[in-house]
Design a protein. Sequence first.
Length: 185
Amino acid sequence: MTARLSPSRGRDRAAAFDARGPKAVRRPAFSLLELIVVLTIISIVAGMGMVRYVGSLASYRADLAARRIAADIEHARREARATGQHRFFEIHQPKSFYRFGAESVRAIDFSNRIDQNNRPRSVVLTEPPYRVTIRSLTWSSPSGDHLVFDAFGRPSRGVRIEIVAGGDRIRRITLDAQGGNISID
């Protein structure tokens, strides 16, 4: 038995060859232009996402610092009430830090920023993890740069601390002089 080639089959076979050899099978692919367009779109979306990430990081830092300041003011107040002794809380706006303790703030040794419970007694807000600055400091009465909690935990005066992170993320911590309540806006 001999196999016979049909005339059409022979032409298909001949068409598969040209002067350069067998034709490569054509596979679908992307052109260079299509790849550049897709990479450009991905870059634009990633850039927009990065802007949002940086903004949310600044908001997080501002919130974290505001909660820390409020917690430390409350700690000084509760410590005064618990011990029946005065507690001092000093705030330095130009250097964006605060410190607190049992003695007059001028007499506290701040070379060691840790108390016996490993709790910092001074906090520099421009350092990590906060990286914020005190934008404004408003006292309810003029008498220095500190407040004193008496033996009953009452503040000597009120204060409003405004901090800023990332240039535009602002938080306000307010200590009410009458009730000693702390709020964060």
